[in-house]
Design a protein around this ligand. Structure first.
Ligand SMILES: NC(=O)c1ccc[n+]([C@@H]2O[C@H](COP(=O)([O-])OP(=O)(O)OC[C@H]3O[C@@H](n4cnc5c(N)ncnc54)[C@H](O)[C@@H]3O)[C@@H](O)[C@H]2O)c1
Length: 421
């Protein structure tokens, strides 16, 4: 199949790995991003995405990959994949502005026979009700007859060393069976396994089911963490035991709140759609409420620890370790570290942070001082809060040095002054 022209619209965490992989599979790949800085950086061989190295960009460039922010410089395409953001609007509903703009770009560049695949996470019905009409109106062609249209959710897990684009099964839901055939042929050259959904709606729902499942189960253990402490139960030990069951149980772990661009946002897309039916999606709304309260709970626990040490929060030196939303990556989007820093500051704490992946960090437009040297900073702090246990951290040494330590991940070895969430 390769030696075809592939256009990836949106070169972020989802689009760039796909563009690099497709170039490696022999396609002539163009990346289109509205950010001229991103396009220029990639053309100069610089990656801005954790999971893609500069070397991989250079190899893709040598294979013909080029990035552009100029739609006029792009010719007709055989395959167009849309990987643009789907954030929340000001009222916490779906903001499909980027998807609409990308569909308009695709509509101008598609020709008879083109495959268009939407990968952005969104509510069921988007491909059929939002993308399809735009493509058909602009191109004058019909989906399922003149060109192929599918929804194929991206399931990338940034920083996961075991599962990536190639060995995570790829779901495709076509507007017609022949659309699904075209997508299966394309993705089959990049991914080891392609799974067909009945239509785009089921593919859209599959992605939201996966993320809602995580959101709800994280909320379950977060709520349990709060009452287990009062009951005198070590929840982490209970989870360890439950996880030995070889069937019917998947372990989830409590933490300071949910972050990233999936778990805190995607379920809103689903609850928005459910609300159009006149009733709420209660599980999601409850999970949002519980997970949304965790930064406040962490702040309360921090205050309690300091108080037991006869110290007020006001004036306390609090060091936050790991401010990204997950381990071993640089992505800070929706990280619970931000509301925690905000709340601690509001109570008068002198907040600093350390994170090997974050050279500078601001909260509400105000710089948070960065500790350059980890061990002296740990020793100097009145309280250390481990928010993200990056692999680089020697947790035993941190625990031995800290005066007081709140472990929000349940991974720090026991030591005097160390308390788990
Ligand atoms: N990041 C993840 O781990 C992940 C995983 C699965 C699914 N998703 C979903 O994939 C989609 C993309 O997410 P992401 O993390 O790659 O976003 P991102 O913000 O990293 O990248 C999106 C890119 O699209 C560009 N862009 C915006 N509007 C555009 C337009 N009209 N035309 C061309 N480029 C445009 C932006 O400049 C940006 O570089 C979202 O729907 C997200 O929910 C993300």
């Amino acid at each position: 199949m390769p030696a075809q022209d592939v256009l990836v619209i949106g070169l972020g965490y989802v689009g760039l790995p796909l563009a690099v992989q497709a170039a490696g599979a022999g396609f002539r790949v163009t990346g289109y991003d509205t950010s001229a800085a991103i396009a220029a950086g990639l053309n100069a061989g610089r990656s801005h995405v954790d999971d893609v190295s500069d070397r991989e960009v250079a190899v893709a460039r040598a294979r013909g990959f080029r990035a552009t922010a100029d739609e006029a410089a792009i010719g007709p395409q055989d395959v167009i994949v849309i990987c643009v953001p789907t954030p929340l609007s000001e009222t916490d509903g779906p903001d499909l502005g980027a998807v609409r703009a990308a569909a308009q770009t695709a509509g101008r560049l598609l020709r008879p026979g083109t495959l268009v695949s939407l990968e952005s996470t969104t509510y069921p019905g988007t491909t059929d009700e939002v993308v399809r009409p735009l493509l058909e109106k602009i191109s004058g062609l019909s989906a399922g007859i003149d060109f192929s249209l599918v929804f194929s959710p991206e399931r990338i897990d940034p920083g996961n060393p075991e599962y990536g684009l190639v060995n995570t099964p790829k779901i495709v839901g076509g507007v017609t069976p022949s659309c699904a055939d075209a997508a299966t042929a394309f993705y089959g050259t990049i991914c080891e396994q392609v799974v067909r959904a009945a239509s785009p709606r089921e593919a859209e729902m599959a992605k939201l089911l996966e993320n809602t499942y995580r959101h709800v189960n994280i909320a379950l253990v977060n709520e349990m963490a709060i009452f287990c402490r009062e009951l005198g139960v070590d929840l982490h030990d209970a989870i360890r035991c439950a996880a030995t069951k070889p069937f019917g149980f998947a372990p989830f772990y409590p933490g300071p709140g949910v972050g990233g661009h999936c778990i805190p946002i995607d379920p809103n897309y689903l609850s928005y759609k459910v609300r159009t039916l006149g009733y709420p999606f209660r599980f999601v709304e409850l999970a949002q409420e519980i997970n949304g309260r965790m930064p406040g709970y962490v702040t309360e626990r921090a205050a309690e620890l300091l108080n037991r040490n006869a110290q007020p929060v006001n004036g306390a030196r609090v060091l936050l370790l790991g401010v990204t939303y997950k381990r071993d990556i640089a992505d800070q989007r929706e990280s619970p570290a931000r509301p925690i820093a905000r709340k601690l500051r509001a109570r008068g704490a002198a907040v600093t942070y350390h994170d090997p992946y974050v050279p500078a960090w601001q909260v509400d437009g105000q710089d948070v001082p960065r500790a350059a040297d980890l061990q002296p900073a740990v020793a100097a702090a009145d309280l250390v809060i481990v928010l993200q246990a990056h692999r680089d951290y020697d947790l035993a040494q941190i625990a031995a040095t800290a005066r007081l330590l709140l472990d929000t991940r349940g991974v720090v070895p026991a030591a005097p002054g160390v308390e788990a969430l």
